[in-house]
Ligand binder design. Structure first.
Ligand SMILES: Cc1cc2nc3c(=O)[nH]c(=O)nc-3n(C[C@H](O)[C@H](O)[C@H](O)COP(=O)(O)OP(=O)(O)OC[C@H]3O[C@@H](n4cnc5c(N)ncnc54)[C@H](O)[C@@H]3O)c2cc1C
Length: 303
């Protein structure tokens, strides 16, 4: 059907789609369909929507899909997409407040504008605040949870919870709530020290230039495929094993950055990409003895 359809529940104001191609919503531009795809109108609408979901329905929150692959057989559940261009960070009680659907680079620019330091690294991360929290996204010495004061989460009953940093187990590209129930991020409050706006803006420019020089940003990709092993770089190991340029279907290990897999024509299947991930993992293990662990999240069913 692939089209917006009227909601059964008059009190809902968001947009529900069925059989939505997830290739439209992930930066790899590949993969299968989600059975249901919901874009909430706002937080109250999201709460109402969650309340109406059956307990057995699998739910996947997404931001900009910049770290995500949905297998070709699709996702048998409901995807909830929070990103909205109309959302912006704001100052609240001396902290930078941003809803989960705010694009992460906006937080970097907003902080610089308000002469606050430490969020510059977010400028080059092409995801949302929600995705940055879930992944503890970071680069060039900065990490998302280093600057988090507290977050707001939502659960299946639609209740909003205030959660402190200490309630999460946070690590390298990892974050887990220390609680049995499932909760998703709806907002973050960032605590940033006073800085020099001009210095922050130059730092942002410098970090973005570094990315342009080293990453294949003009081709569909999902950033670094593997985590860096302790004391080393996944890209170095992949390159040392001669795997740059390795291809499968429409997918290829980038020549520019060995830890990126690109989908140059937008024609790769999720299976092509997953096959390449597995081949690289195996060959690096054989060649160097190091077990690479994927950083990208892969969900759904194979075809
Ligand atoms: C060109 C490029 C460069 C990149 N550079 C970096 C980098 O330097 N450092 C880095 O860390 N990453 C990098 N990434 C990866 C990616 O941008 C980050 O992981 C980002 O934080 C993902 O955000 P997203 O909103 O796109 O999340 P998605 O890809 O949509 O989701 C990623 C995961 O987060 C979960 N999630 C998303 N939103 C929520 C929510 N509201 N509540 C709970 N869970 C949620 C999803 O379920 C999924 O498991 C890069 C990607 C690209 C394409």
């Amino acid at each position: 059907m692939n089209m917006a359809e009227p909601l059964n529940f008059t009190q809902l104001r968001g947009e529900l789609r069925r059989d939505e191609p997830m290739s439209r919503h992930v930066s790899w531009r590949a993969g299968g369909q989600a059975d249901r795809f919901y874009v909430p109108a706002d937080l109250a609408d999201l709460a109402e929507f969650l309340k109406q979901q059956e307990e057995k329905t699998e739910i996947l929150f997404i931001g900009l899909g910049s770290n995500l692959l949905v297998r070709d057989g699709g996702f048998r559940g409901t995807v909830i997409a929070l990103h909205a261009a109309r959302l912006h960070p704001e100052m609240r009680d001396g902290l930078v407040y941003a809803q989960a659907g705010v694009a992460a680079p906006k937080v970097a620019r907003f902080a610089a504008l308000h002469r606050l330091a430490g969020a510059e690294f977010l400028a080059g991360i092409p995801g949302t605040v929600g995705g940055a929290l879930a992944m503890n996204a970071g680069c060039y010495g900065g990490e998302t949870w280093q600057i988090v004061e507290r977050v707001e989460t939502i659960d299946r009953s639609g209740s909003i919870n205030q959660r402190k940093r200490a309630e999460f187990e946070v690590g390298y590209r990892h974050c887990r709530l220390n609680a049995p129930q499932e909760e998703w991020f709806v907002a973050a409050h960032f605590k940033l020290p006073p800085g020099d706006g001009e210095a922050s803006r130059s730092r942002i420019k410098e970090l973005l230039a570094r990315r342009i020089a080293t990453q294949p940003l003009q081709l569909p990709n999902a950033g670094s495929v593997f985590r860096n092993p302790p004391g080393d770089h996944a890209a170095r190991l992949i390159e040392a094993c001669g795997l740059k340029g390795l291809e499968r279907g429409g997918a290829r290990v980038s020549e520019k950055h060995a830890n990126f897999i690109v989908n140059p024509q937008g024609k790769a299947s999720a299976a092509d990409i997953e096959f390449l991930i597995e081949s690289v993992r195996q060959k690096v293990k054989e060649g160097t003895g190091t077990e690479l662990i994927p950083e990208v999240r892969i969900v759904g069913e194979a075809r």
